[in-house]
Design a protein around this ligand. Structure first.
Ligand code: ACO
Length: 371
């Protein structure tokens, strides 16, 4: 038995949700470019869960269900208020989502219908939880969700406490479409491993949030923003990046296990970043990002992934970097729950083997005789 480090190249599940073939990403057979330009996030979530784009009545029903489910129990709000104010936002989110299960009477109902309802419920509640966490940290009261508006609009409204402008809503909605699913990425795999024991959907999503938090996965967007802040100006880009490359440090937001010629989502976020900068009349963040992109591509042959330009997009939307990875979770919970439903449909416990590389032929020695 020989281990494959990082399971590279291992096909660990059959799935009909999303695919990456020759660098092309599709959700249920729809090219991500087509969806990014034309679909709303709610349409994409429906597509991931139910395998087809919704008709008008189905979309309206989903929007209604999401609206009905968007509030969170007061007990969870109180609990969030007791979290240390300087805690990592993803750690707080992980705890809050786990707590949601305690107040869901259907948490352990394993029927398909109940699990579909819980997928919608988790999708509806995550933005409310994250906006509440952000406001509580700032010493403000959480804002209750609005009825009859999109997830993107509702999230920005709950965060800011006022109706957001259309450009911000459209940009966030498109970012949510782009992050919704991505085949067997680390957090989705974590969710599938957890529920393959026939544990509940909340446990699966909690595991996934823990995996997304890491800087090699969803946490990279926050790390990109920290890097942009450290660099500070366009003149500093070259010495900063060259120094990192010479020291063989990782440049966050670059490289990918599957894409070797570029991440198809990055170009949409790059365009969004440029447009938002031009609209504000300040393209410094975008210009710095492009310069980093050019340098890392030419020096190292590494291309930006989905996390790289999303950092400047979210900053230009006025969003604090601590919320970047939680926003990723607002989108990816659609994919996680779609994969969880798929796993339950044709389940087998996920239990691989390990190549043992430790000592052998050891003999027990009583404690008093040990050195
Ligand atoms: N900066 C500098 N060098 C890099 C980077 C990077 N961002 N990414 C990979 N490399 C180098 C590695 O050091 C390695 O070099 P070596 O062969 O000389 O040792 C080579 O490229 C291959 O990289 P691996 O680490 O083997 O690639 P792996 O598939 O294991 O990891 C990963 C992929 C985690 C995305 C990696 O590229 C990385 O750490 N990138 C930065 C973090 C990041 O942006 N993560 C977000 C990914 S997208 C997402 O999860 C949403």
């Amino acid at each position: 038995m020989t281990a494959t480090k990082g399971l590279e190249g291992i096909v660990a599940a059959a799935s009909s949700i999303s695919s990456i073939v020759d660098g092309v990403l599709t959700y249920r057979g729809y090219n991500i470019d087509d969806l990014a330009q034309n679909a709303s996030f709610e349409e994409v979530a429906y597509l991931l869960w139910f395998g087809k784009l919704p008709n008008d009545a189905e979309l309206k029903q989903l929007q209604q269900d999401l609206s009905n489910e968007a509030t969170i129990p007061d007990e969870v709000i109180q609990q969030m208020k007791s979290y240390p104010k300087d805690t990592n936002t993803m750690a707080a989110l992980r705890s809050a989502v786990s707590a949601l299960a305690l107040y869901d009477g259907e948490a352990d109902d394993m029927s398909r219908e109940a699990n579909e309802r819980k997928a919608v419920r988790l999708q509806a509640k995550l933005p409310t939880v994250i906006a509440a966490l952000a406001r509580i940290r700032e010493g403000k009261e959480p804002v209750a969700p609005l009825a009859g508006v999109s997830i993107a609009e509702n999230f920005l409204y709950m965060l800011r406490g006022e109706k957001p402008d259309e450009v911000s809503v459209k940009a966030l909605d498109q970012a949510l479409v782009l992050h919704a699913d991505h085949e067997l990425n680390a957090s989705t795999f974590a969710a599938r491993v957890t529920v393959a024991t026939l544990s509940d959907i909340y446990s699966g999503v909690t595991s996934a949030i823990g995996a997304l938090k890491g800087p090699l996965h969803g946490g990279a967007n926050e790390a990109v923003m920290k890097m942009l802040n450290e660099i500070g100006s366009i003149e500093n880009v070259e010495p900063y990046i060259m120094n990192k490359l010479e020291n063989r440090d990782k440049i966050m937001g670059f490289g990918h296990r599957v894409y070797k010629n570029g991440d198809p989502r990055a170009k949409h976020l790059q365009k969004m970043s440029r447009e938002l900068g031009e609209m504000k009349g300040d393209t410094q963040l975008y210009d710095m990002s492009v310069k980093i992109d050019d340098l890392v591509t030419s020096q190292k042959g590494l291309r930006p992934n989905v996390d790289f330009y999303s950092a400047s997009v979210y900053t230009q939307l006025g969003i604090n970097h601590e919320l970047f990875t939680p926003i990723f979770a607002i989108s990816r919970v659609s994919g996680w729950t779609a994969h969880i439903l798929e796993q339950y449909e044709n389940n087998r416990i996920i239990r691989p083997r390990a190549e043992y590389v430790g000592q052998t032929d050891q003999k027990y020695v009583p404690v008093e005789q040990r050195a």
